[in-house]
Design a protein around this ligand. Sequence first.
Ligand code: KIV
Ligand code: ZN
Length: 517
Amino acid sequence: MSGETDTRRIRIFDTTLRDGEQSPGASMNRAEKLEVAHALVNLGVDVIEAGFPIASPGDFESVREIAEVVRGATVCGLARCNPKDIDRAWEALRGAEQPRIHVFLATSAIHREFKLRMSQDEIVERAIQGVKQAAKVCDDIEFSPEDAARTERDFLCRVVEAAIKAGATTINIPDTVGYTTPSEMRACIGTLMDRVPNMDRAVLSTHCHDDLGLALANTLAAVEAGCGQVECTINGIGERAGNCALEEVVMALKTRQELFGCETGIDTRRLVPTSRLVSTITGMDVQRNKSVVGRNAFAHESGIHQDGMLKEPSTYEIMRPEDVGFSKTDLVLGKHSGRAALADRAHALGFSITAEQLQHVFDRFKELADKKKEIYDGDIAALIQQEISGQVDESWTLARFEVASGTGRQPHVSLTLVHNAQEYTTEVEQGDGPVDAAFWAVERLTGYQVVCKDYRVRSATLGRDAQGDVQLEIEHDGQIYKGVGVSTDTVEATILAMLNSINRIAAVEKPVPAADA
Ligand code: KIV
Ligand code: ZN
């Protein structure tokens, strides 16, 4: 309860960097994750789930870096209920100002029987051991009975009671497969509150997936039933159909405050910038009609609605666009704009780049300003994204290229790349167009065979002089790597995106010798 009112403070636990990053195609490098973590702090989230440290060395390093750098929010790492996971999670989190270890173990009959092959007694014992081990090193322990929504209520109460007794300070109830409904969720939380004798010693939380499109409704039902924490992601990204969207739950609680009687610590004016930042960094577009942050969320098309809006906005508008961070103008910068103006726009767009990154972006901004007169927010976001995404080991860089194509002729690409301070050149005359030919040329020079799984070009802004923003997904050795490239020339943007993805492969593999020296 806060102040004189009866308003309950709901903690916002953001898992964009863990569950969100599990969405196919949403993987982020360290610099990208750090950028998102800064944006989440500026947004005002209470807890950042930064990753699953045991999952890979990259995940471990990202959690460690975020734990060391981020201040002003709890930094959490996920671990299964086993000694190695918990040790690794703590190793990554120990530098955090406010660390939290999140241990989970499946409890539903389906998971016990087919996945874990463990009895109820064994599950309880494993949960106790996991929580106790984590609680020895860290004061803040979250325990999640995975697939809780499909777990027998009596057994769920037993596990939760045991986990709290062992030292859990937050109990999270996940609807792992997005199966439950609001009335079931309300009943489940109510049962835990009524029947677990030590429930008052832990914060109850929920974590809802959106397989049936019920994640928000189920999360709100859990809040109504007494949950004090909600788990969510920016733009609702996450496993399969995703998680409850942060912007939706926050705006539902704010817009219907008289109904829910709850508040959060979120600065709602940062919602749109943060949504765009996550969309830019992950390459996952936000649908136009997406609640709260979609481009059409406040667009009134019908004449009757427009008439009502002009007479009194509240006729058709339940939230104000400025309250969620939509700005009325797309500020234009040009060749005379200075570094401070660029830094200001970068901040307004949700980025928190370092002075060194700003200098690189500023250099590219000046080059771009020579090519196109007006530079819009979309251009700036694309340049910054390129800077952050380029922070993989720059094994291969573009020196120069030429391309020729035309009706009835084979496309021709001449490409020179730099690798270990040496230039490599190749000529390619194959493919069904200049983009395909560029793919062949990059493959030949770098020696990496890749399968293109997704290739998207969109214009970063309006206008025919707009930059082409290429988002790429390639497969190599069974792994998916993404790549981004931006340029006013779409073939160049394609080559840059390919090199970006190949450099991501190179960062996890030994270098492959250049084929065509
Ligand atoms: O969906 C789920 O059950 C999870 C847990 C790890 C909390 O993501
Ligand atoms: Zn989940």
